[in-house]
Design a protein around this ligand. Structure first.
Ligand code: GDP
Ligand code: MG
Length: 139
């Protein structure tokens, strides 16, 4: 069953480049409401736990290093059909394939430093949101 929430992170490169406001604006203008929001620094261990599903992929160690190299902004977002619509708003993983008007087209630098995360299913959106936010931080 589709739910109306998804989880996102603004990744370290985009935070370092001062794009928190512009990216959040694209999310809000895309019809998403901010349910929870936090700037935090992931340790390598915690980044590894977050991306545990990718443990066997060749880029896992690079990804964990990248995601822990500087602060990120974690957010829960709400909209009808949130997971699918948000994947459309962020665009393809590889910015070379991302469509015009997407967040990754505008802000991603490479397939790794691609500006934002977006959950890939309702189930993972719930798991990922709860990874960062307690129930009384989700409104
Ligand atoms: P997403 O769901 O679009 O974020 O993509 P994936 O779930 O497949 O990958 C998770 C993250 O790993 C991506 O957002 C990138 O930051 C990184 N990543 C994916 N593919 C590659 C790759 O081929 N090389 C490297 N270095 N990083 C990658
Ligand atoms: Mg993914």
């Amino acid at each position: 069953m589709a739910t109306n929430r998804t989880f996102t992170m603004i990744k370290p490169d985009a935070v370092q480049d001062n794009h928190i406001g512009a990216i959040t604006q694209m999310m809000e203008e895309g019809g998403f409401r901010v349910v929870a929001m936090k700037k935090t620094l992931l340790t390598k261990e915690r980044a590894g736990d977050f991306y545990a599903v990718h443990k066997e992929r060749p880029f896992y160690n690079d990804l964990v290093s990248y995601m822990s190299k500087g602060p990120i902004v974690a957010m829960i977002l709400e909209k009808d059909n949130a997971v699918e619509d948000f994947r459309k708003l962020i665009g393809a993983t590889n910015p070379a394939q991302a469509e015009e008007g997407t967040i990754r087209k505008r802000f991603a630098k490479s397939i790794e430093s691609n500006a934002v995360h977006g959950s890939d299913s309702d189930e993972n959106a719930k798991i990922e949101g709860d990874f960062f936010f307690k129930a009384d931080e989700q409104f």
